[in-house]
Design a protein around this ligand. Structure first.
Ligand code: GUN
Length: 283
């Protein structure tokens, strides 16, 4: 039977309507949630992502601001901007778009952001709290993936989830969030020997390897929920995922498209984090 396609775009729209209500309520209490995005350099993909984030803010009523800086900015100057944003009471969320130019330490910048305003969920304090199950701002893509799985109505508890990719942004946090939902999680990565022997056991398969079309029908257990986090631009200029969509949709029970699957959920979780940060900071 063909898979049900999980259109993140539609689910994100639902959630954003709910978030708009939460923003309206905060505004009645005199709090206007604010997000500041810092973008260094002129990478076209980063510019496009950042515009999407600003549009998302506008949609739900969050005040947003983008600070554009030339790639020649020094690490010290960038850190100074972050420190000022940390002190600004109108700014509840700070996001420095990655990647940064090679002369700037991403670690130094992420650690400089106040953990209470770290709406990416990348600060070591937030990562640590997530790992041990304390409340924290959660990494947006990982949180969006789990939200999508929940929206299928499936019970995650007791399921075998296989995650391909061990990045700090997606693979690692998604594995912790799924363990929190009581799934049994197997981590696979570029050095895994005989990858299909693992993927074929997955009730939930999360593919975040960044390798176009690497997962085919033969790699998927019939009836599995397959979440494709990959975004790859192939030679023709087309954006494709890590999963061979047309093949896998014949065997999976649920499958996300690329684009229009996980992407819109990432931005929605960023909006959710900004609202949460505003609420926490007002306490
Ligand atoms: N670059 C690509 N994805 C992300 C993200 O989620 N957050 C930040 N800050 N930069 C990114």
């Amino acid at each position: 039977m063909a898979a049900t396609i999980l259109y993140g775009k539609e689910i994100a729209k639902d959630i954003r309507e709910q978030l708009a209500g939460e923003v309206a309520e905060l505004k009645q209490n005199g709090i206007v949630p604010g997000l500041t995005v810092v973008l260094v350099g002129d990478d076209p993909a980063s510019h496009s992502y950042v515009r999407g984030k600003a549009r998302g803010c506008e949609e739900v009523g969050i005040r947003s601001e983008i600070i554009y800086k030339d790639a020649s900015i020094t690490e010290k100057e960038l850190l100074e901007i972050v420190y000022q944003l940390n002190e600004n009471p109108n700014v509840h969320g700070i996001l420095v778009q990655l990647p940064l130019p090679a002369h700037i330490s991403e670690k130094a910048v992420i650690e400089a952001i106040s953990s209470e305003k770290d709406v990416d969920g990348f600060h070591p304090v937030n990562v640590g709290n997530m790992m041990i199950g304390y409340d924290s701002l959660l990494p947006c893509t990982a949180n969006g993936v789990v939200e999508l799985i929940k929206r299928t109505g499936m019970t995650i508890e007791g399921k075998h989830a296989v995650v391909i990719g061990r990045s700090n942004i997606v693979g690692k946090p998604v594995s912790y969030l799924l363990q929190r939902e009581n799934a049994t999680v197997t981590m696979c990565h570029s050095r895994t020997v005989d990858l299909p022997s693992y993927t074929r056991q997955a009730d939930i398969l999360i593919v975040a390897a960044g390798k176009a079309h690497m997962i085919g029908k033969e790699d998927v257990k019939p009836g599995a929920v397959v979440i494709d986090v990959g975004v790859n631009r192939i030679e023709s200029g087309k954006l494709v995922g890590d999963v061979r969509f047309d093949e896998v949709k014949e065997v999976a029970s649920y499958l996300t498209p690329v684009p229009g699957g996980v992407g819109p959920m990432t931005i929605t979780m960023l909006l959710k984090n900004t609202i949460e940060a505003a609420r926490n900071l007002a306490r």
